[in-house]
Design a binder for this molecule. Structure first.
Ligand SMILES: *Cc1c(COP(=O)(O)O)cnc(C)c1O
Length: 328
């Protein structure tokens, strides 16, 4: 991929956590802090790169792009933040069930328009494609995860990790899977680095947002009827075909934890790393408890093993949520 002078994402810290390493007891734990991205999630990379690619095409054709995303969360924020930083307008369609706080956030970040339509992100997406986009000749649709340009952008996170580890190969990389755009990027980068034989990948989901796990069990892509997990950024009905393919490699394993376990992971991150992260990141941190990392990793780990946890985002979290979870 090529990167322009202005990039809508930053290089984030990779920090070794003494506390989580001690708790896990089986390896050195490194945290890749994607919650620090300008949009609060790794989506600044994938969606940012998608925007850059489209802007380059528009420069060639003289079109002035207006970007549109349908999302009740991080994809919408990433689209608006990236488009604004590059100097282009972006609008978002969210379902009517979206919290007023999130709508306010999208406006604050500089959304040109925030439309509310339908009961689910899927309804909002249909409305965007059928009604809003046809009205705007300059409109460009921004997909949340299922596009090669999104994967190229997400791949930069693994390239960065490799450099930050001075090209010492990690034993395991843990990421969460919604539609699988993040995992596709990671796999792509591991292949480019020729690391995919020795570095294992563990794909995490929460109960009720487990479209990858169900697909693997059914041996074909499945569509979840209903998303019941509170980890909203994992709430995608069907994973990308590419993710399903990658997940069948022997070096890739997957696990599903409950929202309650993911919440414990968020509390670990708050208490010991002093970071507020969302359930999708908590689900990776939660592995450090109760020997789960060893159990789910699919390989033998020892004290010198290097495990990288993708701390993918920190938007859908509040002090109130952490206080509530603390009671259980
Ligand atoms: C989007 C998102 C995910 C899921 O990513 P996919 O590319 O859809 O698999 C996980 N965590 C956070 C914080 C996200 O924003």
């Amino acid at each position: 991929m090529t990167v322009d002078r202005i990039q809508p994402w930053i290089s984030t810290p990779l920090v070794e956590s003494a506390h989580l390493s001690k708790l896990a007891g089986c390896s050195r734990i490194f945290l890749k802090l994607e919650n620090l991205q300008p949009s609060g999630s790794f989506k600044s990379r994938g969606i940012g790169n998608y925007l850059l690619c489209r802007i380059r095409e528009c420069d060639a054709s003289g079109k002035q792009p207006h970007f549109y995303a349908s999302s009740g969360g991080n994809a919408g924020i990433a689209c608006v933040v990236a488009a604004r930083s590059l100097g282009y307008p972006a609008s978002v369609v969210v379902p009517t069930t979206t919290s007023p706080a999130l709508v306010a956030r999208l406006r604050e970040e500089g959304a040109h328009n925030v439309y509310q339509h339908g009961q689910s992100v899927m309804d909002a997406d249909k409305y965007l494609r059928s009604t809003i986009l046809p009205r705007d000749d300059n409109g460009i649709y921004v997909p949340p995860f299922d596009h090669p340009d999104v994967w190229d952008g997400n791949a930069t996170v693994m390239n960065e990790i490799a450099a930050q580890l001075s090209y010492e190969q990690p034993d395991l990389v843990v990421c969460s899977v919604g539609g699988g755009g993040l995992m596709n990027g990671i796999m792509q980068s591991l292949d480019d680095l020729k690391w995919s034989d020795k570095t294992s990948v563990l794909a995490m989901e929460t109960d009720g947002a487990d479209s990858l796990d169900q697909a693997l069990k059914a041996k074909q892509l499945v569509k979840l009827d209903k998303i019941t997990s509170r980890a909203r950024s994992l709430g995608v009905a069907t994973v990308s075909a590419k993710t399903f393919e990658y997940a069948q490699r022997p070096q890739v394993s997957n696990a599903v934890l409950s929202d309650a376990q993911a919440a414990r992971g968020c509390l670990l991150m708050a208490r010991h790393e002093r970071l507020m992260v969302e359930l999708t990141a908590g689900v990776a941190a939660a592995l450090c408890e109760d020997g789960q990392l060893q159990r789910f990793s699919g390989r033998r780990l020892d004290r010198d093993s290097k495990v990288v946890l993708l701390i993918c985002g920190g938007n859908d979290i509040s002090v109130d949520m952490l206080m509530e979870w603390q009671k259980y």
